[in-house]
Design a protein around this ligand. Sequence first.
Ligand code: IDP
Ligand code: MG
Length: 173
Amino acid sequence: MTELTDNGKIEQTLVLIKPDGLVKSLTGNIIDKLSESELVIVGAKIVAVDKELAEDHYKELKDQKFFDDLIQYIMGAYHTRRVLALVYEGENAIKRVRHITGDTNPESANPTSLRGKYGRITTSGVFENVVHASSDPVDAKREIQLWFKPSELSKAIFETEEKEITKVETVWK
Ligand code: IDP
Ligand code: MG
């Protein structure tokens, strides 16, 4: 791999195509751009994000003044209640994906990055930056385990255990 390989470590990272990315039909463009990373997708699903998941995902930001808007944004209040969650795996996956994603602020992001190309800041100050990408290995593990069950990934990337769970579930009628 190219210039971003600094230690060749195999990592996994969580990518979310946020509601603005879905509403703007950017899924194909985003996945196409991410394929430049030569990483492998080991998980993918559409999620209707509820408040609990949104607040858990962004819990480190709960004291920020933009937190409530951020929760509304990721829950789809401004676009559509859908997020595409993806897990990418490969050498230095976290840094590689962050490089393609670009800076948090779409106005200062490199214009060729996903956020620089497709993101915007609304007049009310919401960073509509199209994608999420895990920022370090600790966050990546926490986020992947928050969004995906072991059975939803194509391989076991973290340690698992067998546990008997009794619960009522919605099934096809
Ligand atoms: P990151 O997504 O680049 O890792 P974080 O600091 O973890 O950036 O922030 C998470 C998300 O919160 C951002 O992607 C963006 O949607 C939103 N956000 C971060 N900083 C601001 C801000 O200053 N104003 C408005 N929204 C922000
Ligand atoms: Mg972050």
